[in-house]
Design a protein around this ligand. Structure first.
Ligand code: GLA
Length: 405
């Protein structure tokens, strides 16, 4: 069992962070991974289950050539659709779109990147491919031999068996259902530990059973908190803004996961994608790009690689942000940072440009504050007390605020 206590206080503008971490020997081997929210690329949001080995190699190449790797995006994660059948001894093999997983992992590693795969605790994955049920030890061993560094484990068909959805959900009590689901994830956690290869372990069961309350102690480095994201501004915002209240559960090594990025997939405007990136950074969310990296526009690349925004997401204190104020179509969110400054996201969901008021007193600053705009890369000078900022339609002002006396 892992227990975690964290106390974060702002004292005179300086952040004090006190973390106490006790864990058993099994969990200890995982203690140095995902210290900041994982960053990388995942195949699902753009390629779906038709992803090929060539797509994955192209993504790895692009992570390097576009500067994304150097900005922190290091995981190359293949989602659903790589699995073939099991061999006569029950070992999983890739399908015909992937001829040699070990060679692919070696290629990814040769670029200074890490390699991730996807499976399900059920008999089948969500897209109908082979799941891990009954083969957990074999699968973890196979992943370790291939060189897997990250496993996303997606509830899918197990939900029908344990009653989180489907006909059995009427027969099995809620508590029993959560218990059975947790056991399935614990089985794979033990298998990963037994494989001897550290892997980031990503629980994907859409927040069922309030996963944020127990997933970390069951071995998760991140856990989905909601259903699937779509490349849609309202869906993205609904997911992001629903994370308020979960901030106490996240921290170094264990993160709430509001799902992967849709930036660059084509169905949001520039300002909407900027809002997406800003909100995920304030949430200390995993940053897994979900677009086709080899054809992305300069604008998409600039959004994904903004170092000042990434620094908010990857801040070493690992404190997830929360809502400070909301009125009509305006929301203000704040994330405390390790150096005592605070990142503020001022969001405008309205269909007109808005002048949005903000008072640093709302987040505990008393005297004068210095402001920096993280999208314009510009210092905005100092303010004493309340000020207003113009925020574009469906856009955001992402500021870093520092107390200066
Ligand atoms: C579920 C997950 C998605 C993706 C698909 C793959 O819907 O939530 O992130 O992995 O399955 O089938």
């Amino acid at each position: 069992m892992q227990t975690l206590r964290r106390v974060a206080v702002i004292a005179g503008g300086a952040l004090l962070l006190i973390t106490g971490l006790n864990m058993d020997a099994g969990a200890a081997s995982k203690s140095s991974i995902a210290i900041t929210p994982p960053m990388g690329w995942n195949s699902w949001n753009h390629f779906g289950d038709k992803v090929t080995e060539a797509d994955v190699r192209a993504a790895a190449d692009a992570l390097v050539s576009t500067g994304m790797r150097d900005a922190g995006y290091i995981y190359v994660n293949i989602d659903d659709g790589w699995q073939g059948k099991r061999d006569n001894n029950g070992y999983i093999r890739p399908n015909s779109r992937f001829h040699d997983m070990k060679a692919l992992a070696d290629y990814v590693h040769s670029k200074g990147l890490k390699f991730g795969l996807y499976s399900s605790p059920g008999p089948q994955t969500c897209a109908g491919y082979e799941g891990s049920l009954g083969h957990e030890m074999q699968d973890a061993q196979t992943y370790a031999e291939w060189g897997v560094d990250y496993l996303k484990y997606d509830l899918c068909t197990l939900g029908a068996t344990v009653g989180t959805y489907g006909p059995k959900s009427k027969e099995i009590s809620y508590q029993q259902s959560v218990k059975m689901m947790r056991q399935a994830y614990e089985t794979m956690n033990r298998a990963i530990i037994a494989s001897g290869r550290p892997m980031v372990f990503s629980f994907c069961q859409y927040g069922f059973g309030s996963s944020w309350k127990w997933a970390a102690s069951d071995g998760a480095n991140l856990w989905r908190t909601t259903g699937d994201i779509r490349d849609d501004y309202r869906r993205m915002l609904n997911i992001g803004f629903s994370q308020d209240g979960l901030e106490g559960y996240a921290g170094p090594g264990h993160w709430n996961d509001p799902d992967m990025l849709e930036i660059g997939n084509g169905h949001m405007t520039h300002e909407e994608y900027v809002s997406h990136m800003s909100l995920w950074a304030i949430l200390a969310a995993p940053l897994l790009a979900g677009n086709d990296l080899s054809t992305m526009s300069e604008d998409t690349r600039n959004i994904l690689t903004n170092r000042e925004v990434i620094a908010v997401d990857q801040d070493p204190a690992g404190i997830q942000g929360h809502r400070v104020w909301a009125e009509g179509t305006m929301e203000i969110w704040a994330k405390q940072l390790a150096d005592g400054s605070t990142a503020i996201g001022i969001f405008n969901q309205g269909d007109w440009i808005a002048s949005i008021p903000f008072d640093p007193h709302q987040i505990g600053y008393r005297g004068k504050v210095g402001l920096r705009d993280l999208w314009q890369h510009k210092d905005l000078g100092t303010r004493s007390g309340k000020f207003e900022i113009l925020v574009p339609i469906h856009g955001v002002a992402l500021l870093r605020i520092k107390g200066i006396g």
